[in-house]
Design a protein around this ligand. Structure first.
Ligand code: 6R9
Length: 645
């Protein structure tokens, strides 16, 4: 952690939408008179019925629930499209940069995007999709993915986007959990010059999820796929037949907009549900203020649409604000480590938002890849997904941004819908590695293990003391789980699952997860999920998974595996288990290290002592702490002796 301070550049302080004084005033107003503040902010959206009330949430068991703008009506797609047509119908809504740099980029104006969304909305209706139905989207990073999200929003269908890197099994689980009868996919995706067999994966998933009646297939690469008669339909054929006339469905602010599955500390991934009014307001306002966004600027969020960052900051935020959003199909380091910077130059990107893991990977390849490009267009840089180490922060600031561009290190979660703790470029002096200060309406608090509030400079559990418009509304299909997961550890507050430190200047530093979630390359992975996948293997008796520090990924996955009696450990089996997990969940879940362990350290009541497993994985065996409560302390010596480095 670093205590250098980077002052707000003079031109930012003078010209940004929010300067330090304005931030302080607005932040205070957002807490002191929240209803008035949020009803005023709500004016940035186009409502069919303007709400008369803002926050109707309670974090307490009695009357528990999260509700915002309960009597407001609007349509999210109309806010992202229709309302811009008169003023900027011919402005570029989406710039698409293909995986292969030799191919030409594509652009869609607001009018073109609007027409495609209306057509697909009609295609969905023709397939029997109605308001409230769930539609699963399993797509590569092509404009049709954004069209799919917005088409659902237009007719009030609830989308569930599943990251294209997830396996057929993981996809099937998510389809079944939310009960989607319709899947939108593509023949193939492309990443780093390699095809991703999306349609073939959907075919396998449909075996496990017989609920699927219709698969709409975009021909993205022209790769060969089998089309099942009566189930699979060709996107282009249906689009050509569909009318461009599709009035937006009037929705209540609290009608669901989407479900997005994310890993938690226990059990299978949960479907985080967001609704229409509060979510869109939050995505739009945070995108506008954190990035100091002006329509006409080229803005690039280099995330995938399969994660919440793609939802809020590739699609909903920028389009609600009439911006130009760049969608990139590929990976940061293909054909080589200069690709991101070449894309920046090619499209004259002014605002770039990416993840620390990508920066660390590029940094490792040396500065020449950066120096060979201009990057003059860049004005503002952002990061998201995990804590950024000061070294990567400085590299981003000095080498990428030539010291000219403020960095907004945005802390938030799938559950929060959008930015929660973040610098504002015209208001906040920066400290490398600190997410700095809360956004409007966000009341962060630090609690100790007993739930006592910590004041001043302190470190503890990060909780949020009141509701905000972009907050999740529930766990799909499991109302109890929402309250159980987030509101029972500490009463009356939202528990984030993150630890944090507040320094003497009141700056917030996120220290990482305090639960059994690991953050691999900015993606959340539940240790329980990887363990479940491992024990499904016929040779595995038991498995325990922990995170360990990894230079590029932030955290890597370390698995301890106990084999069934009679099974012998071997390198081949190690490989087999890695492939197994990859196929069960997806490449992001592949263990970096597998240690065969005849026994796991357990308490006498049978609870695995993860603290010890973490220490061994980290290679920090000198401070294992108290091991006297273990049922069999000898287990630990074996773990240390056979550590995989
Ligand atoms: C948006 C997103 C959420 C978890 C979160 C935290 C970590 C995200 C961060 C950060 C430190 C930041 N995280 N942004 N940690 N600094 N700027 O990433 O959502 O995939 O749900 O992950 O990511 O641990 O709890 P999600």
């Amino acid at each position: 952690m670093s205590d250098e301070v980077y002052a707000v550049p003079a031109e930012w302080a003078a010209h940004a939408k929010i300067d330090a004084t304005r931030y302080a005033d607005m932040y205070r107003a957002s807490l002191d008179d929240a209803d008035a503040f949020w009803l005023d902010q709500a004016k940035r959206l186009d409502w069919l019925t303007f709400p008369t009330k803002a926050d109707e949430s309670s974090f307490h068991a009695e009357g528990f629930g999260v509700r915002w703008f309960p009597d407001g009506h609007l349509n999210v797609a109309a806010n992202c499209l229709d309302r811009h047509l008169a003023s900027r119908g011919n402005a570029t809504a989406i710039i698409w940069e293909p995986d292969d740099p030799a191919e030409a980029p594509r652009t869609l104006t607001y009018l073109e995007l609007y027409e495609q969304v209306c057509r697909l909305a009609n295609v969905l209706k023709a397939q029997g999709v109605a308001k409230g139905d769930r539609v699963t989207i399993y797509m590569p990073m092509i404009p049709e993915a954004a069209v799919a999200l917005l088409a659902c929003a237009r007719i009030g269908a609830i989308h569930s986007v599943v990251f294209g890197g997830f396996s057929p099994e993981a996809l099937a689980g998510r389809i079944e959990d939310c009960g989607s009868r319709v899947v939108i996919t593509a023949d193939e995706g492309r990443r780093g010059g390699k095809p991703v067999p999306l349609k073939a994966n959907v075919d396998v998933a449909c075996h496990h999820a017989p609920i699927v009646e219709t698969v709409i297939v975009v021909a993205a690469t022209g790769g060969k796929v089998t089309m099942q008669a009566g189930r699979d339909v060709d996107y282009a054929t249906e689009m050509a037949k569909a009318s461009i006339d599709c009035p937006p469905e009037p929705m209540r602010a609290e009608d669901p907009l989407f479900v997005l599955y994310t890993s938690g500390s226990t059990g299978k991934p949960k479907g985080v549900m967001h609704t229409s009014g509060g979510y869109l307001l939050w995505a739009s306002l945070t995108h506008d203020i954190t990035f100091d966004h002006r329509p006409g600027q080229i803005y690039w969020c280099a995330a995938d649409i399969g994660w919440v960052t793609g939802h809020s900051y590739i699609v909903y935020g920028p389009l609600a604000n009439g911006g130009t959003t760049l969608m990139y199909e590929g990976v940061p380091n293909w054909p080589d480590a200069s690709r991101i910077w070449q894309v920046v130059d090619r499209h004259q990107v002014e605002i770039l938002y990416t993840a620390p893991t990508a920066l660390r990977a590029l940094m490792k390849d040396g500065d020449d890849f950066v120096a060979s490009t201009s990057r003059k267009s860049l004005k503002l840089l952002g990061t998201v997904g995990e804590p950024i180490n000061p070294e990567a922060w400085r590299w981003y600031h000095e080498i990428v941004g030539k010291g000219r561009c403020p960095i907004v290190d945005t802390w938030w979660q799938t559950e929060t819908g959008g930015h929660m703790i973040t610098p504002l470029p015209g208001a906040t002096p920066l400290k490398p590695g600190s997410a700095t200060h809360p956004f409007f309406g966000v009341e962060p608090r630090l609690l100790d293990a007993e739930g006592q509030t910590l004041e001043g400079a302190a470190e503890g559990n990060l909780v949020i003391a009141r509701s905000w418009p972009g907050m999740m509304r529930g766990v799909w299909g499991d109302p109890e789980r929402f309250f159980q997961t987030y509101f029972t550890t500490y009463k009356g507050v939202y528990t984030t699952g993150d630890g944090a430190r507040r320094d003497a200047d009141g700056y917030w530093w996120i220290t990482g997860r305090v639960d059994d979630v690991i953050n691999v390359s900015g993606h959340r992975m539940g240790t329980a999920e990887v363990e479940s996948a491992l024990v499904l293997h016929a040779k595995v008796a038991e498995a325990a998974v922990v995170g360990f520090p990894h230079d590029i990924k932030g955290q890597g996955i370390y698995a301890y595996v106990t084999l069934n009696a009679g099974e012998a450990p071997s390198d081949d089996l190690r490989k087999e288990l890695r492939t197994w997990v990859r196929e069960e969940i997806g490449p992001i879940a592949t263990p970096d290290a597998i240690q065969f362990a005849p026994g796991l350290p357990k308490t006498r009541s049978g609870k695995i002592m993860r603290r010890i497993l973490r220490k061994v994985a980290e290679g920090d065996v000198s401070s294992l702490g108290d091991t006297s409560t273990l049922a069999d302390p000898a287990v630990v010596d074996d773990l240390i002796a056979n550590r995989v480095s």
